[in-house]
Structures are given as C-alpha cells and as structure tokens.
Design a protein around this ligand. Structure first.
Ligand SMILES: *Cc1c(COP(=O)(O)O)cnc(C)c1O
Length: 360
C-alpha cells in the first residue's frame, strides 16, 4: 500500500509510525488482553498513558512547573467559550487580535459573555497579514489578550508574539502547536484541537498557568478549568484513544529530534513551496504577505479561476489530497503540518513546477 500525499487542513496526516505502533497494540494493549479503548480510564495501564502524554509534552515544550496540562473535549471551539467564562470578569474587557475566521469565532463567543474589544485587525485586507505586535496596547481594564498563532484558512502565522503585556496572553495554537520552539512562559493559556499537529480529533490540549485556574462554583462544572486541573483531566471519562494516539505522536516528535528537529524539517518543507511560488513570475500568487507567511498552511491562487480549477483537478488525478482552499477564500491550500513528510512536499513542488511549464 502507498500512503496518500495528504495535504488536508484538519483532520490531517498522522505519522505512519504512529499508525503502525497503534496497530501493533490494537487488540492487546500491554498484555491486558484488551485494546486500549476497552480499559477503564481509572486503570493503571491507562493512567500510565495519560501521564506519559503529559510528561512528553512537558519535556518537548519545556513547560515550566507553574503550568498545568489539561486534556479536554469540545475542540478548540469550546475553548472560545471556556477562556472568557473562566478569565473574563464583568468589570473587565477581553482584547482580541482579529487575524482570521478562527479569531472572529473566538471573539463572537467571548462577546456573549462579557466586554470585548478588537485590539488589532487585518480584516480590512482580507487577512493577508499579521499585525505588528508592537502596536498592541492594552488599557488597565484588560483581562487578557487573545491571538490565533497560525491562521489555518489564510495561511498567515505570527513570527513573534506580543511581549511585556500586563495581562495574560492566550493563544489558539490549533494549527501550529509543536511546529516550532516557543517560550511557554510568555503565555497564560495555549490551547489546541489535536487534529492538525497533535493527533486525531476528539482531544483538546490546554496548557494553562496555574494562577489562572480559579475555583468558581457559579460556572458549570464541566466548563471550569479548576474541575479538570484538580482531577488530572479525569473528572469524567477522557477521550482515552485520542490521548493514547497523542502520546504516540509526542514520542514520534521526540524521535525526530524534538521540536528543533521538527522545526528544521518544517522550514525546509515551507521553503520548497514558497520557492516555487516566488520563482513562478506571478503564476502562483500567495494569499499571505511575505513576512506573515505560515509554515503550516501555504495558500495561493493561479492567474485565473479556470487555471486554479485545472490545477486542483490535475493534482487530484495524480494523487494529491486536500489542496482545495477553504470555502471562504477559495484558491489552493497545502497544509504541511508536522506529520506531512518532506518527500511528499518535494513531490508537490515538482508537480507545481511541471503544471506551470505545461500551462504557459
Ligand atoms: C481547526 C481550528 C479550530 C477549530 O478546531 P475544532 O477542534 O474543530 O473546534 C480553531 N482554531 C484554529 C486556529 C484552527 O485551525
């Protein structure tokens, strides 16, 4: 069997090693005579997996001691609600950087719960760039600043984050967590749905500074960070299979030389595609401004709607999966998350060059 050239935006490619490893233990995990999915979430065997996932994430991201890791459900989308529910008191205002559809959705949820202000925005330019973090100013009544570190749909990514903030920085890192080194201590909360860079859908990772976890009995129990932190994310049944696969993905990242190793490959992968675009004399036009380009989602269009269609059709015929742009922007998008092998990106770069030569 040949693995597909999978450029899906999410759920997305998983490392082949992870799938093989899971397959090997599918029917009989740890000599229990059961699959992992059949184990009690209170069993020693499962708890070891759960805690190993936390330990691996802690070591890969050098997460400081004053942070907790939570494994939740409801996707990144539920974090759009949980963040303001837990962190936005009535007398304060939440500030949001508006850099794409996911930040729009995050603000919309927060606005249902309290005061929100758009701090900086690239909406007027169809989200082609990331605002300068130096421009961000927060008044005294700010509760937090929320950013979307990588804009999956538009293909833009923050290359440096706002610093010296007086309030916690909250980042939706769903589409670039673990792709490049970060300094976790710059953030109050980092959250990510797993299905792009961390594993299958169904588990959401939340890395939260402990002083932001407050007991508040007025909150619904399941929507309080305190509930999950206090119970090691075992208050109720966690998505055990997803957490197991996450632990395998983290092992795989470690095998690749950790985040530094992964980041080098990611740089090379992105370079492959951006080079083709930059050397195409405008045949491939990037959606993102050069300095805001994402290393995870490469977005582009061709000179005409007709050529864009032909490109997507031919690409599909020769086996490239998932290259259609998001329905809100159109065009093409190659999502090249951690698990997409360099060789697949090299093949795509070659295809792009050939397509251009054949259609000049
Ligand atoms: C995919 C994505 C989401 C949505 O995640 P769900 O897990 O489907 O809720 C949110 N934010 C970003 C940046 C994403 O890429």
């Amino acid at each position: 069997m040949k693995r597909a050239y999978n450029f899906n935006a999410g759920p997305a490619a998983l490392p082949e090693w992870v799938l093989q490893e899971a397959k090997e233990h599918w029917l009989n995990f740890n000599d229990t005579g059961m699959s992992l999915m059949e184990l009690s979430h209170r069993s020693k065997d499962y708890e070891a997996v759960h805690n190993e996932a936390k330990e691996l994430l802690t070591s890969l991201l050098s997460i400081p001691d004053n942070y907790d890791i939570l494994f939740l459900q409801g996707g990144a989308s539920l974090q759009f609600t949980m963040v303001p529910m837990n962190l936005l008191p009535k007398n304060k205002t939440a500030y949001y950087a508006l850099t794409g559809v996911w930040s729009e959705k995050a603000i919309k949820e927060a606005a249902k719960l309290g005061n929100t202000v758009i701090s900086v925005s690239s909406k007027e330019n169809n989200y082609t760039y990331i605002p300068n973090p130096e421009q961000i100013e927060l008044p005294k009544d700010a509760a937090y600043l929320h950013i979307t570190s990588n804009n999956t749909i538009y293909g833009t990514q923050w290359s440096n984050y706002p610093t010296n903030l007086s309030v916690p920085l909250i980042a939706d890192m769903s589409s670039d967590i673990l792709s490049t080194p970060i300094d976790v201590s710059q953030f109050g909360i980092i959250y990510a749905g797993a299905q792009k860079n961390l594993g299958p859908s169904g588990v959401t990772v939340v890395i939260i500074r402990k002083d932001l976890i407050k007991e508040d009995n007025t909150l619904p129990t399941m929507l309080s960070y305190h509930t999950h932190a206090k119970n090691n994310s075992l208050f109720n049944t966690p998505p055990t299979l997803g957490i197991y696969l996450l632990s395998l993905v983290l092992k795989w990242v470690k095998q690749q030389g950790g985040i530094e190793g992964i980041a080098n490959i990611n740089k090379e992968k992105a370079q492959q595609l951006y080079n083709v675009m930059d050397q195409s004399n405008g045949f491939y036009r990037g959606h993102a401004e050069e300095k805001s380009r994402s290393k995870m989602n490469v977005t582009f269009t061709l000179p005409s709607e007709k050529l864009t269609k032909a490109f997507l059709q031919e690409a599909k015929e020769v086996g490239f999966v998932g290259l259609n742009g998001h329905r809100s922007v159109g065009g093409c998008r190659a999502s090249i998350y951690n698990a997409v092998p360099l060789e697949h990106v090299v093949e795509l770069a070659k295809f792009m060059k050939d397509f251009q030569n054949n259609h000049l």
